[in-house]
Design a protein around this ligand. Structure first.
Ligand code: SF4
Length: 336
């Protein structure tokens, strides 16, 4: 409920509106899991809350720590379903990788989450609470607050756009975590209509696109929904995004053996990147059980890096984190 709705509730019950502010603060800033914790709310107020509402809070059921410091949380939702979220520490920052859906309706062939069917969208508070849980872990284990958030966990965030947006509003609000939207990246597999909508709404967070191939045939073979949203539509939507926001576009890209580890694929990527300032993250691939995809050779990755750099495109090679606990990109499939 919004703060206004909470204030109205107390007024309707013959109480005072400011009680709504207190409850709102307990829920969003202090992450209260029960009404009993809300000690500055009168006994009667707490009784009314108990009578009318439940707090559907999340619970970290299992926490696994990787040898590289990465932490994976199995997050149990109020209805028993489970999603994963991951804390990724580096020397200078702590990044939370959060889920936006239980399972995924898309069917990327290299992704463990795709093997679970989409069960439901996460609510804004469930997304927000994953961030709070990781912020707490960051303070506890690394002695610093969370610095960045990426929507790269389970699910396609643009298929749950309204709830993701509401969660980001609270994450960036001074009444929530007060984080800068510039520290938040929403990563999409590329839903053109939603990218246009985000551009029109002039959102302040960053956008990343999981591209993996700039050749329709190849992309459709690894990300079958590309048949519905072909690269031409994606490029036009991204052009619109750039015109409206003037923000550089980041592409996430994995090089697989026998799929896109050739010169034709690199050249297509260079061409695709031409219309706007771009950055390419070359991500190391993490095998999933019974998966047929294999990380390409170091030479193939070096060929990508050199060709992109030669064409003035910023490129970084991302080493994978949390592989030993199945917390790395493409591996999330709640195994508990
Ligand atoms: S890569 Fe992302 S969009 Fe594709 S199936 Fe996995 S979770 Fe869904």
């Amino acid at each position: 409920m919004t703060k206004e709705q909470l204030r109205q509730f107390f007024v309707d019950q013959g109480g005072q509106a400011f009680r709504g502010n207190q409850v709102h603060e307990w829920l969003w800033q202090r992450s209260a899991h029960s009404f009993g914790e809300m000690t500055n709310v009168s006994k009667e107020g707490r009784r009314l809350l108990e009578e009318h509402f439940v707090i559907n809070h999340i619970r970290v059921d299992q926490m696994q720590r990787s040898s590289d410091g990465t932490i994976k949380n199995a997050v149990r939702l109020h209805d028993g379903l489970v999603v994963d979220s991951v804390l990724i520490p580096t020397e200078t920052r702590t990044t939370a990788c959060v889920s936006s859906q239980v399972g995924c309706s898309l069917d990327c062939r290299f992704c463990a989450t795709a093997r679970m069917k989409r069960m439901r969208n996460l609510n804004p508070d469930e997304i927000y609470d994953q961030v709070v849980a990781i912020d707490n872990e960051s303070r506890l284990y690394f002695d610093r607050p969370l610095s960045n958030i990426v929507f790269m966990g389970m699910g396609e965030p643009l298929m749950n756009y309204n709830n993701v947006l509401k969660a980001i509003d609270m994450i960036t609000s001074p009444e929530g975590l007060g984080m800068s939207p510039k520290r938040i990246t929403v990563s999409t597999s590329g839903v053109p209509k939603m990218i246009r909508k985000m551009a029109d709404e002039q959102v302040k967070f960053k956008l990343a696109v999981s591209l993996h191939s700039a050749i329709d045939e190849v992309r459709t073979s690894i990300m079958p929904f590309n048949a519905t949203f072909p690269l031409k539509d994606l490029r036009e939507a991204l052009q619109h995004w750039y015109q409206m926001t003037k923000n550089r576009i980041t592409y996430e890209y994995v090089v697989w053996e026998g799929i896109n580890d050739n010169l034709e694929a690199v050249e297509a990527l260079v061409k695709f990147c031409r219309f706007a300032p771009s950055k390419v993250n070359l991500i190391e691939y993490n095998p999933i059980e019974e998966g047929e995809f294999r990380q390409a050779s170091t030479q193939a990755v070096a060929m990508y890096q050199q060709t992109l750099e030669r064409n003035g495109i910023t490129v970084t090679v991302r080493r994978s984190r949390g592989k030993d606990i199945d917390a790395a990109c493409g591996q999330l499939a709640n195994k508990i």
